[in-house]
Design a protein around this ligand. Structure first.
Ligand code: ACO
Length: 349
């Protein structure tokens, strides 16, 4: 039977380090508050013009492809998770296909925010299991720094997010017991607006009037974003932090246990848990709740902040590079975020 193994992994973070002290220049915050509430000490911001979500993804992908011992020409399909695409459309998958001079393969973008990478991995896994594709490039990449509210108004969100990218080559294998064991995907749209960026979006076509001629005459610039929306900061992400926190600490352990129970495993079997790096306090809560030892959980939010869809592949990449994940290890990925969506994956490395 075909399963999917991670044949190569790579990550990329921009060189530009932004410390908590740096943020104090723009908003009323403190290193103490940020570290105590989130664990974050610094994060990376992409170069304003030269680095995009796609260019970072390409850097991570080059490493993943090289480590898989293949070339970009061997990739059969791209699955790209991001909430901060280069363009409103088209998605970043096609931009990677172009930048890496790949064959005219399929490219799919996934919009599942913090759980985007696990969703992407799950989608890719299905294509491999059916035998349709052999080598799939799965990417999570974000350039948050382009669109955060750096005034005090946006401080609960802007101090959290950072930029970066991670990628894996998911490859078909017939080796028994190796690769992705199972993935578990969930959503609950009742809380969609608790963690969201509302605009630009088609929900608010306030400028549309009948007849057609009226809205064609709508002031340019107000078509997607009105002054009112901008005044209400609706062009920036909104998050009800405490509400998200409360739900996250329930759903993280739940979806991890779901994966373990489904496979007749227990928390003692986990060699490495890679939680989405949303907040160190959330990861610590999950660790405590599941009674996991320090060496069973990997966190790097301290250096990179929350890089949303990129956080799991960056953390997975660093854990592997540091020798903390070895062949035959049981690795668990888990994420929770906007949507709400949450997901887990169990992998035999
Ligand atoms: N610096 C200083 N003070 C701040 C800051 C800041 N950066 N941000 C908020 N505060 C203040 C608030 O104004 C508030 O002040 P008040 O008591 O005078 O009103 C106080 O700190 C407490 O604010 P809370 O929002 O209640 O703080 P909390 O302890 O909940 O921490 C945080 C906020 C870090 C956002 C937390 O709620 C959290 O991590 N939530 C979950 C985030 C998450 O998991 N997101 C999902 C992934 S993201 C995605 O999917 C895109």
């Amino acid at each position: 039977m075909l399963t999917s193994k991670i044949a190569g992994i790579g990550c990329y973070v921009p060189a530009n380090k932004i410390t908590n002290e740096d943020l104090k220049e723009y908003m009323d915050t403190s290193d103490e508050w940020i570290q105590e509430r989130t664990g974050i000490r610094e994060r990376r911001y992409a170069h304003r013009t030269e680095e995009t979500t796609t260019t970072m993804a390409v850097e991570a992908s080059k490493i993943a492809i090289e480590r898989a011992g293949i070339t970009a020409q061997d990739i059969d399909f791209i699955v790209f998770a991001t909430l901060s695409p280069d363009y409103y459309f088209p998605g970043c998958g096609v931009l990677v296909q172009r930048a890496m001079q790949m064959k005219e393969i399929g490219a799919l973008d996934i919009r599942n925010q913090c759980s985007g990478f696990v969703y992407a991995l799950s989608v890719a896994d299905q294509f491999i299991k059916t035998g349709m594709y052999k080598n799939i490039l799965v990417i999570g990449s974000e350039k948050h720094s382009f669109g955060l509210d750096f005034s005090t108004r946006g401080r609960n969100i802007s101090v959290i997010f950072g930029d970066g990218a991670g990628a894996v080559v998911l490859q078909a294998t017939e080796k028994e017991g190796q690769g992705i064991i199972s993935t578990h995907l969930h959503s609950d749209g009742h809380s969609a607006e608790l963690l969201a960026m509302y605009n630009p979006g088609t929900h608010a076509n306030h400028w549309v009037k009948e007849p057609l001629a009226d809205y064609i005459d709508a002031p340019i610039g107000e078509m997607f974003m009105s002054k009112e929306m901008i005044d209400k900061a609706q062009n920036f992400p909104f998050m009800d932090g405490p509400a998200v926190f409360k739900k996250a600490i329930v759903k993280f352990p739940e979806v991890i246990m779901e994966a373990l129970i489904k496979n007749g495993l227990t928390t003692a079997d986990i060699n490495m848990l890679i939680p989405h790096q949303a907040n160190l306090r959330i990861s610590q809560f999950v660790q405590q709740k599941l009674a996991l030892r320090d060496d069973q959980v990997f966190n790097n939010i301290q250096q990179y902040g929350n890089t949303t869809a990129a956080s799991i592949p960056i953390a997975l990449c660093e854990a592997w590079q540091q020798g903390k994940i070895k062949e035959d290890d049981l690795v668990c990925l888990a994420a929770f975020g906007s949507g709400f969506t949450w997901a887990s994956a169990l992998i035999r490395w």
